[in-house]
Design a protein around this ligand. Structure first.
Ligand code: URA
Length: 197
C-alpha cells in the first residue's frame, strides 16, 4: 500500500527528535496493510534497533508464541511501536520514551492507524496504552495495566469503531514466567473477539 510505504520512507529519514543520532536502524513497524488487529508497544529495544524490525528479541519470542497459540501469523496482523527509534540512557540501556519523543513520533502511529484502520488495537504495556487511551478519549479510564489488561474498550472514530484491548507487554514473561499464563489467557480472549469481527 503506497501510503504506508510513504510513512515508512518518512520514518527512515526522520530527524524530528534527537533519538535518530544513536540508532542503528529505524523500526517503522511491519505486517499486513489490511490487518484487522494491530499490536502497538512502546519502542524498539536492542535487537529491534539492530535489525530494523519490531519484536525480534526475547519479548518477540514470547509474542510469536502467543500469536501462534491463537493461530495468528505475524503477516496477518500489524506490529508496531509508539516510538520508531530506540530510546537509550547515556550508557546505552533501554529507557522509557519521554514526552518530547512521544510528541515528535506519535503522528506516525496516528497515520498508520488511519490507513490500516484496524478493528482491534492491542496496546502492549503501559506507555502505548496511555497514549492510545488519551488519543481516543479514554483518559478517565486509564489505570495500570494490571487493572485493565484483557478488557475491551470500544471507541468510535470518524472512520470506524475500534476495540482497544490493553495487554501486558510480552517482555513481562521474560522476567516472570508466571505472567505467560496471564498473557495466554488474554490472547485466548482476543481470539474470541477476533472471531466476531
Ligand atoms: N519492546 C517493545 O516495546 N517493542 C519492540 O518492538 C520490542 C520490544
Amino acid at each position: 500500500m503506497k501510503e504506508l510505504e510513504k510513512i515508512k520512507n518518512e520514518i527512515l529519514s526522520c530527524k524530528k527528535c534527537p533519538l535518530y543520532k544513536n540508532i542503528t536502524h529505524y523500526v517503522p513497524g511491519e505486517g499486513s496493510p489490511l490487518a484487522k488487529i494491530m499490536f502497538c508497544a512502546e519502542a524498539p529495544g536492542y535487537w529491534e534497533d539492530a535489525k530494523g524490525k519490531p519484536f525480534v528479541g526475547a519479548a518477540g519470542k514470547v509474542l510469536d508464541e502467543l500469536l501462534e497459540s491463537i493461530d495468528l501469523k505475524r503477516e496477518e496482523v500489524y506490529i508496531c511501536n509508539l516510538l520508531k527509534c530506540r530510546p537509550v540512557t547515556s550508557d546505552f540501556k533501554n529507557r522509557a520514551p519521554n514526552l518530547n519523543e512521544i510528541e515528535a513520533c506519535s503522528p506516525y502511529l496516528d497515520r498508520q492507524i488511519k490507513i490500516i484502520k484496524p478493528k482491534v488495537i492491542c496496546t502492549l504495556g503501559n506507555h502505548s496504552t496511555k497514549y492510545i487511551f488519551e488519543k481516543y478519549g479514554l483518559k478517565e479510564q486509564i489505570q495500570g495495566i494490571s487493572k485493565i489488561h484483557g478488557k475491551v474498550f470500544e471507541v468510535k472514530s470518524l472512520f470506524q469503531t475500534i476495540k482497544i484491548i490493553p495487554l501486558y507487554h510480552p517482555a513481562v514473561a521474560t522476567y516472570n514466567i508466571n505472567m505467560k499464563g496471564i498473557l495466554k489467557k488474554d490472547f485466548y480472549f482476543l481470539q474470541t473477539i477476533c472471531q466476531k469481527i
